[in-house]
Design a protein around this ligand. Structure first.
Ligand SMILES: [Zn+2]
Length: 338
């Protein structure tokens, strides 16, 4: 079958690889749609920290935001999975350590991450093998585009949930990229007044097109009380800025990650009685995200700018925009498209 494989920093191509066979406990999925995200770009450029720590190494097949249809089940797997449309958790804990036994396998020290860490091939291929226990069934109202947006949506749902705001309250999201916009959509669905802070005119115009009319730059941001501030940016100074902007007794949520350490003055944190929360993974938010998409409370499909085949992945990872791409921040891949 065809798969996209990274062989070193800046080196990636479509290769012929063996078709996966479902091992005991696993399923094989025919992949319908895969999202390309910032982690994939860092795997391509060689900047991802896991490449330095040895958690990831080349050759490597990326792809962790995916959906598809189950075509094979291994020994011990309920055959009822066959034919079902599914997405899967990126985080695959060892299922024996203390965090795993507490239902927190996304922070398992020994975890694999599909398409990222621990030599677990990702979804940029015609077929993908994953453990059956990591699957989530997708209802009929969650199409392929939504299905591949469940994984990033799970991260964003958790960030919005951690902000703990609702009707009559105001939230600010720093960074109008995919995760920032998804978080803003979930915050809006919770009834909060949502503001976005960005850098480029293009990204802010796109946010306004989604109905976020309070989309500001640092220069135009109004002096308003924000009950929660979510940092979904990649700027090293953003966590400290978020702490400055949040109201006393408010919530500071960190889901963006910078290439260098971010410092915050914890005296400000405690003198303002602010609660700070870090979000690593979408795992605990996948079910809620599927429900929000299925019921129409949140529809992130406009975020997808273009859908390419496996042959188009290298150019996207190198920073190119597919021909005819819309203004959204997300590019999808359909491995059946060539
Ligand atoms: Zn574990």
């Amino acid at each position: 079958m065809r798969a996209f494989v990274l062989t070193g920093p800046g080196e990636g191509s479509v290769q012929e690889v063996p078709v996966p066979v479902a091992a005991p406990g696993d399923v094989v999925v025919e992949v319908e749609r895969v999202g390309v995200c910032g982690t994939d770009v860092e795997l391509f450029t060689g900047e991802l920290s896991y490449l330095q720590t040895g958690h990831s190494s080349y050759p490597l097949r990326p792809g962790h935001e995916w959906c598809g249809r189950v075509t094979q089940v291994g020994d011990g797997v309920d055959p009822a999975w066959l034919g079902r449309r599914v997405m899967g958790d990126t985080m695959l804990g060892d299922r024996v350590c203390r965090p795993c036994r507490r239902g927190q396998q996304h922070v398992c020290e020994h975890r694999q991450e599909v398409g990222i860490r621990g030599d677990r091939p990702g979804a940029l291929a015609e077929q993908l093998a994953v453990p059956a226990w990591s699957l989530k069934e997708l209802p009929g109202t969650v199409d392929e585009v939504l299905g591949a947006l469940v994984e990033p949506g799970g991260n964003a749902w958790r960030a919005a949930h951690a902000a703990e705001v609702g009707a009559g309250e105001r939230a600010l999201v720093l960074g109008p990229g995919t995760i920032g916009l998804l978080t803003a959509l979930f915050l809006r669905a919770s009834g909060a007044e949502v503001h976005l802070l960005g850098v480029t005119g293009e990204s802010l115009a796109f946010a306004r097109g989604l109905g976020f009319h309070s989309a500001w730059t640092r220069e135009t941001l109004p002096d308003l009380p924000f009950d929660a501030v979510v940092d979904a940016s990649t700027a090293a100074g953003s966590p400290a800025l978020a702490l400055d902007l949040v109201q006393p007794a408010g919530r500071l949520v960190c889901i963006g990650i910078a290439g260098t350490p971010s410092t915050v003055d914890t005296r400000t944190l405690l003198l303002k009685d602010v609660t700070a929360v870090g979000i690593l993974s979408g795992s605990p938010g996948l079910d809620a995200t599927i429900a929000a998409y299925a019921g129409g409370a949140v529809d992130p499909r406009p975020l997808v700018a273009a859908t390419v085949g496996l042959d188009g992945v290298a150019a996207v990872l190198a920073g190119g925009r597919p021909e005819g791409a819309g203004p959204g921040p997300k590019v999808h891949v359909d491995p059946r498209a060539g």
